[in-house]
Design a protein around this ligand. Sequence first.
Ligand code: URA
Length: 238
Amino acid sequence: MERLQKLIAESGYTSRRKAEELIKAGKVKVDGVVVKELGSKFPNDCKIEIEGKQLKLEQKEYYLLNKPRGYICSLADEKDRNIVTDLIDTKARIYPIGRLDYDTTGLLLLTNDGELANILMHPKSKVEKTYLAKLEGILSPEDLHKLKKGIVIDNIKCNILRVKVRKRDKIKNTDLVEITIEEGRNHIVKRIFESLNKPVSKLTRIRYGFLELDTLKSKEYRILSNNEVRKLYGYKKL
Ligand code: URA
């Protein structure tokens, strides 16, 4: 059940505020009956008419994309760069859940389900995210100790659930590090390693909660199953 103005706004017909005006003006019918109450809630499959025209409610869609480099996680870009939603063949108004940087690759969820997006992006939902970071430099035992204790960024401690060096190239002086965190602040992984003077030269997200990239190649995507969507809703904290 959703508020009527939210159902109208989610259909893309107009903004929530304009939908409220239409409702108050008596221009909206639900299942044949005029509704003027702003608080009224209705199921997603109700029949909404605005000024006599039936509204089409958008079906919820859920995608798991292997994001390539050179795509931005946004709905539009002033610099005219490629946008992740261009990679998905749909007419629905989907958007990414959280962000990966322009040059970050890997697992990204996209949806038009605002409720699920809010649940997953809420700091309390604590979805574990695992990244592979290629570093310019080699982590010392002290660096690893600091990482395990948690790194303070902008006065807020970022807890690092797991960190391990997967590959070390002593000649090129690089480490490939797997790191798991729960939070989603912008550029957080890059900032963690920058704080140790080991800049990240390549970053990819390989896991998001229970979801993995599996066999998806760069730019490929798949639709999430109903069961996966149900499990993602399970991150909701009461
Ligand atoms: N941390 C980063 O620094 N960049 C990303 O894209 C994701 C997490």
